[in-house]
Ligand binder design. Sequence first.
Ligand code: HEC
Length: 153
Amino acid sequence: MTRRRAALIVAALAFGVPPAARAEMGLPTLYLLHCSGCHGATGHGVPERGIPDLQHAGSYVALPQGRAYLVQVPGISQSHLDDATATRILNYVLARFSAADLPADFKPYTVDEVTRLRADKASDAETRRALILDGLRKLGNLRDDYVTPSSIR
Ligand code: HEC
């Protein structure tokens, strides 16, 4: 990491990030600032403590409600990120950590789509996720090594 980037991250952590600066930030830095605290620098999360491994997130988008769910997880829907930045981070996370699980015909999220889905916050993310996983399993679209976050077991 360059010294300039390190200084930027320290400043962002201390003072918050003005929207204009956020729009300029690279996606790895945005991930580090807004997501890695829970999902970890390598995206593996802590499944045994209910924080999913992002490696498998790509499989959700095979179902419309799964595609919606990825926008409605608290880390996206309830963050202070503007819709354009949230869209960029979500597309980035899927491509970086979960490319192998994305359907071949996957179309990246658009800002309009994220704006619409974000307005409908999931009231019970765990139940919603359990239903989606069930649907994906029936479709044969969930990898055998998918680790269900422990909170819904
Ligand atoms: C405060 C901790 C926390 C932060 C910060 C956070 N997440 Fe999450 N994330 C979670 C938890 C917990 C879940 C499981 C959802 C649930 O059960 O409510 C989750 C679920 C997800 C999922 C769905 C994966 C799956 O298999 O269920 C995606 C995608 C995701 N987060 C992306 C992000 C992105 C992108 C960011 C940064 C903008 C982010 N998260 C920030 C805790 C966090």
